[in-house]
Each structure stands twice: as C-alpha cells, then as structure tokens.
Design a protein around this ligand. Structure first.
Ligand code: PMP
Length: 385
C-alpha cells in the first residue's frame, strides 16, 4: 500500500494505485493459477489472453479501425526510431521499387533523435522543418507554410513526434492534408491515449508504455495493414535498404500475434489493467477532458506571475502532458524543488538539457494532485517575488 503520490516525473511515471495493487497480486498468483503473470508462458492460454485482451481494450478505447493492426514490441520508443525506417522503407519499396527518402518534422529532441537514427542507419532523410531556433532552443511548431513539403513519389513516410516530452511541445493537429499520398508516422510515447486520434490519417502510431499506459519494457504499435507487404531480402539489399533485425520485423511479429519471441507478459498485463481502469473511468473523452482541465489549471496559475515564471513554449504548441516552465531568477530553482518536496510534490526537475521545471500531467496524475501543485506554484511566487 502507499499514500497517494503527487509525482510529476516524465517517465517512467505514476500509475493508478488500484492498478498496481491488482498487478502486485497478479505478479504472485495470476487468475488462481498458482503462478504469477511474469512466470507463465507467453504461449499459454493465460499469456495469449493477456495480449489479446490488451489489444481488444486498446481498439475499443481508442476506436482503432479494422484497417489497422495493433502489436507489441520489446524495447522502448528508441526501438521505434531504428525499426521504423527499415520497416516502412521496405513497404515503400514493395509499392514503388525505390528506397526513397524518409521525411522528418523536427520539433524537439525526440524527433531530432529519430531523424538522426534514420541517417545513422543509412537513410538520406529530408527535413520538413527544424523548429530549433537560432539560440538553439525548441518551443514552437512553425507555421506549415514555412515547411518544405516532400514529393510523395520519393517519400516512404513523414515522421513527427506528437508530443515532445523534453520541450513540452505538442501538436493540436498535424497538417495531414499537406502530405497527400505520404504515410504519416507519429511518436505518441508521451501522449498515448491522452486524447482521441483519427487513425485513418496514420500509417503508423507508436509509443513506449512507460508514461501513460504502463511500465518500461514494451512499446505499442498501431499500423496500417497495407504497410506489411515487403520485397524479398535480396531485393531489399539491391535497393540498399538495411534489413530489419528479425525481432523488430513488423510483419514477422504480427504473424505471431506479438509473440514471435518472448513477450514481456507482465508488462503487457499492466497495460491491460490500465486500459480496464480507463474503460471503467469512462473512456478517452473523459480522460481528455480531465487532461485539459489539469493543464489549463497549471498554465493559468503560472501565467498569473509573468514577471516571476517563464513559459518557454508558445501558446499554440503547449503540451497538455508536459508543462515546462522556468523561474526567471534561476537561483531559486533548488529552493523551489526543496519546498515542493517538503509538501510531497516530486518529480518536478526539468530535463537536464532544458533546465527549470517540468510537470508531467499524464493520465494517472489526478486533478487534486495538480490542484496541490498549482497552489504551491502560487504560494511560492507570492513568497519569493
Ligand atoms: N519518444 C518520446 C516522445 C519520449 O518521451 C521518449 C522517452 N522519454 C522516447 C521516445 C524514447 O523512449 P525510450 O526511452 O523508451 O526508448
């Protein structure tokens, strides 16, 4: 058992206590089998059941259409950075006979890393836009008329990060219509299941579990079924497309219901429990409303003190999940964190590359928790300004 945490860490992140209590029981004895969920075979009925239920819940909650497949992979978001270029380029080669050049929208450090990985693997990427400012900072999504839109015939996919966890930059809506004929790929690691998504617009959506839906060790992929047909290895070699390691080859993993190799069954079970909990809570719209309320509350409190706090992200690009702010007098940072921790508000230190503070308001962070934080932010400014 534990006291309800007020934990604002960016990931791994807080999960609902009732979910963890059930998970703790299931780790020891799953469904009365006399053995735990982390010990059963991933090929047993119970193991397969965990994967299937989790997929079903996800489909139901997020209204994933039949045109798309859901599957799980070991590894994190970073595994996606590496496996997306090779898999999606293979699918593109099957249709076009070409390698093509993947396109990247760079709005923060995670999309930048994804782009760099594609290049490291031997892809010649096209940068649609790089939102980094002259002084080396991210904090906005530039107007789409400033983007360089790639030619569809040469572009296997356009990749973007829907929510940049470090910089607190989130898309309200991606400009899908600017990319006719190009598959759209989104990293939703840090806003997974935080809002409704129109999957018909996407070739692929993926996200590591460890922020909104589970613990580290598993990544969820939602992919358009038409992207699962690849040329032979020989043909891929001819086109100079790197071969995907087998454990990350999407068609192979899907053909074995996410269990081509040993799936982290217990980590998937936690996702299953989180999804069940979200269904009971009322679903994705309810969760989105709560997320809007939480982030509005914190942003509006910070905005009350414009000479004391600084919000580095432009209003149009502000994240509902990761609220990034600094104290103008940086010498107060340590005091802020200390006083916050004294009242049990933790996990607020900003990413080392950005500094300042970051409050991550993932699905499991409650409105009362955010109210406590907002009250603290208010009191701290009054005491120190
Ligand atoms: N994408 C985003 C948006 C992230 O926030 C992170 C991790 N914080 C990653 C990718 C990388 O995930 P992992 O550490 O699981 O590889």
């Amino acid at each position: 058992d534990r006291e309800e945490p007020n934990y604002f860490g960016a990931g791994p992140a807080q999960l609902p206590t009732n979910v963890l209590q059930q998970a703790a029981k299931d780790l020891i004895n799953f469904q009365g089998l006399g053995i735990g969920a982390g010990e059963i075979s991933h090929r047993s009925a119970a193991g397969v059941g965990i994967v299937n239920h989790t997929k079903e819940y996800l489909r139901k909650l997020w209204q994933i259409p039949v045109t798309h497949e859901v599957f799980f992979l070991q590894g994190g978001g970073t595994t996606g950075f590496s496996s997306i270029p090779t898999n999606l380029s293979a699918a593109f080669a099957k249709k076009s006979g070409k390698k093509g050049r993947p396109a990247y929208v760079i709005t923060g450090s995670w999309s930048k890393k994804a782009c760099e990985e594609a290049e490291r693997l031997g892809f010649d990427s096209q940068v649609v836009v790089n939102a980094k400012t002259a002084d080396g900072k991210f904090g906005d999504i530039p107007d789409v008329d400033k983007w360089t839109i790639p030619v569809a015939e040469d572009t296997p996919y356009v990749y973007y990060c829907d929510n940049e966890t470090v910089h607190g930059v989130e898309f309200q809506e991606f400009p899908y219509e600017k990319f006719p004929g190009v598959e759209i790929v989104a990293d939703m690691s840090s806003n997974f299941l935080s809002k409704p998504v129109d999957f018909s617009k996407y070739g692929l959506v993926f996200g590591g579990a460890q922020k909104n839906v589970g613990i580290a060790g598993v990544t969820i992929y939602i992919i358009k079924k038409s992207l699962l047909d690849y040329p032979s290895v020989k043909e891929l070699r001819k086109l100079d497309i790197p071969i995907t390691p087998i454990a990350f080859d999407y068609p192979t993993v899907i053909s074995k219901d996410s269990a081509y190799n040993t799936i982290p069954t217990f980590a998937v079970h936690i996702i299953e429990l989180v999804l069940e909990n979200l269904i009971k809570k009322g679903g994705i719209e309810i969760q989105q409303q709560e997320n809007v309320k939480k982030s509005d509350l914190l942003y509006s409190t910070l905005e009350k003190y414009p000479t004391f706090y600084h919000l580095p992200v432009t209003k149009r690009a502000r994240s509902r999940m990761n609220v990034v702010f600094t104290i103008k007098d940086g010498s107060l940072d340590a005091e802020f964190l200390k006083e916050a921790s004294d009242v049990k508000l933790t996990g607020l230190k900003g990413h080392r590359s950005v500094g300042g503070m970051r409050a991550s308001l993932y699905n499991a962070v409650t409105l009362p928790s955010v109210q406590l934080l907002a009250d603290f932010v208010d009191k701290f400014a009054k005491a120190h300004q």
